[in-house]
Design a protein around this ligand. Sequence first.
Ligand code: PLP
Length: 389
Amino acid sequence: MHFAHRLQSLQVNVFADMDQAKSLAVAAGQSLIDLSLGSSDLPVEDAVLEVIAQSLQDSSTHGYLLFHGTRRFREAAAQWYEQRFGLAVDLETEVLPLIGSQEGTAHLPLAILNPGDIALLQDPGYPSHVGGVALAGGEMYRMPLLAEHEFLPIFENIPAEVCARARMMVLSYPHNPTTAIATLPFFKSALEFCDQHDLALVHDFPYVDIAFCGHTPPSVLQADRERKRSIEFFTMSKSYSMGGFRVGYAIGNAQLIKALRQIKAVVDFNQYLGILNGASKALTSSQESVARLVGIFKERRDVFIEALKDIGWSVTTPAATMYVWAPLPEPWQQNSVEFCKQLVAQTGVAASPGAGFGQSGEGYVRFALVHDPDTLKIAVDRMATFLHT
Ligand SMILES: Cc1ncc(COP(=O)(O)O)c(C=O)c1O
């Protein structure tokens, strides 16, 4: 049989290697503490589950769902944006439900790039941003995110010949994996750069709610209030712990939304209506459960950072996200993959190697705070033994 060349560009997957390393560790008798995946351990709100359960009993929700059937969810999404950011969007043309935001960010390049066009991506960055460009036959220019620049890209460093062939820029703040945050003036400068080079400005925004100590992450649409060229992706996976339900939405520039909708029309018939109903409930209810969730992640963050400090590993306290981005100590500074493989084999603690998120992620490891504080302390104790023997 013959297979497409594009599969080659999808083969670099450190996370598949780590998956295997985890299985081997478990098979060898280690008790696994998995801090490698940003998949929340917290339950979905009962009120949301009840709405989904009721929908299951209603056979009118069981069929294919065309765009007109998603209106209630689009309304809920638009209402959420209006309340949070004071932005009124058009329900018909500026909001699009997704089967998880990853689906949307991976499909969008198919709607923007011709083969050989360039997408400007963050490095380190989220794997679906890279994968989507590869699927579309696009080329990537990886904008390095470095600690000395607060993990923000320096637009002036992008070569003119790259800018000439670029068609889109993808940003995501609060940022996975570095936990960096961006300000509204930063988004305004990104928009200016995209205006100058006629690029679509894509913002992946899964951690909008998970920010601490008074930081309120801005939306890119606050910088681009007329929605000239920006599209933002929101997911129900983080704020509402609905990762397995696969639901999110895109919001922003009507032409970009229409183009993404055209691509999706070939691929899917939207998320199941019952899940969209549950997601609408989550978006429109009092956001108390979100506030509780943020409190839980903050407590975990504080416990984990303090425990790392106690074992001599000094790490910046993140202002947002459910992750800790830790610079690796000697002798691991240039080998995050080996560090993670040996760590899980010897201690059962699984983390994500920085190199898995791109070249500029080398020298770091990402911990997802998806266990309770006591388990996180046990993980750090085990790491102390690993690091000091
Ligand atoms: C930056 C980023 N985008 C997208 C996703 C996935 O979101 P979803 O579950 O909606 O596909 C994640 C999950 O970790 C993420 O960190």
